[in-house]
Design a binder for this molecule. Structure first.
Ligand code: SF4
Length: 204
């Protein structure tokens, strides 16, 4: 389920994400969350950078912090897993039209990147994950994931998605004994979405 708003945090300083991670470690932070969120939004000029109104910016921060908190909680369990999958959203491809050479397998259902463009974010992520032994899926939507998990019995998964989708994914995984790690999109939308490749390297 996508957000009803679009955002682009790709130009916000990396230190913003470091602060979010630090907040995620604080147990009981929900009591002071609103004040903390407002402070961060002002400090990093998030509204000016994204054009979001205050309440949408708060929702976005809350989801980013929640995602990071779940990553921290699940990290130990995830590191013990051997059979792993990596899920990428197709909207992070460099091209959304037939210039993208990825093939689509309806049965999985997933695209397979053909590595046609060196500067494509999906290309870089695909290569990194495969080198680490992951099965990589370039998905047309999150609704494909239950079918893949049912057929392949992965122990651990890493997924790139927006905060809304990672929440749904967390609910799905908790009933399947699969350890998950999420990589947030820092720019959402229907095309040219962005995630941070350094974050991915750390998580993989
Ligand atoms: S590198 Fe892969 S995902 Fe990117 S445009 Fe080419 S085939 Fe598509």
């Amino acid at each position: 389920m996508p957000y009803r708003f679009t955002f682009d945090l790709s130009k916000v300083p990396r230190f913003f994400f470091t602060e979010l991670t630090l907040i995620s470690y604080h147990k009981g932070m929900h009591k002071t969350f609103l004040k903390t969120a407002h402070d961060l939004i002002i400090k990093f000029r998030i509204q000016e950078a994204t054009g979001l109104n205050l309440s949408d910016a708060v929702v976005l921060l809350q989801d980013l912090i929640d995602l990071q908190a779940v990553n921290i909680m699940e990290r130990g369990k995830f590191l013990e897993t051997k059979k792993r999958a990596f899920f990428l959203p197709h909207c992070s491809r460099k091209y959304m039209d037939n210039r993208c050479q990825a093939s689509f397998n309806q049965d999985i259902p997933s695209y397979t990147c053909a590595h046609c463009s060196e500067d494509c974010l999906v290309n870089r992520a695909d290569r990194l994950a495969k080198k680490k032994g992951y099965d990589v899926y370039l998905l047309p939507g999150g609704s494909c994931i239950p079918k893949i998990l049912k057929n392949k019995h992965y122990e651990g998964i890493v997924g790139v998605a927006c905060g809304e989708e990672t929440k749904l994914m967390g609910q799905l995984l908790s009933g399947m004994n699969v350890a998950g790690q999420g990589i947030p999109l820092i720019k959402n939308g229907c095309a040219n979405t962005i995630f941070n490749i350094d974050t991915l390297v750390k998580v993989l």
